[in-house]
Design a protein. Sequence first.
Length: 145
Amino acid sequence: MPVLLLLVCLGSTLFMTGLIWLVQLVHYPLLSEVSPGAFGRYHAEHVRRIGPIVAPAMLAELISAGGLVVAPPSGTPNWLALAGLIVAIMTWVVTAMVQVPLHHRLASGFDPVACRSLVRSNWIRTVLWSVHAGIVLAMASLAMN
């Protein structure tokens, strides 16, 4: 069971890490290039389409990170699993407290301040997912030795 948890956490975390870097460097900066007349529809489609992609991966990451605290793989320290869970929880908190409200602001139309805030604040999630990827990769390396 611990190895399965590790594989699920590794896969979902690496998926989200790659996705967040794409969103951070490509997708969010391009929001300001959408014409104001098309922005509302574009943003609504972004939200509709991205949800089914990120929700299962984020949920799998969080649940498996919690499971690794309870049942860490052999050879991995519990503190490393706990650090991973804390970082995963932090991504959920930042998403709920910062990114979601900014997307709600953008749902009513283009707002250059909200767009800039979305890009700047998303660096927090980009760093958090990158850190979690490093933690889970370290756990996998330790578990394989």
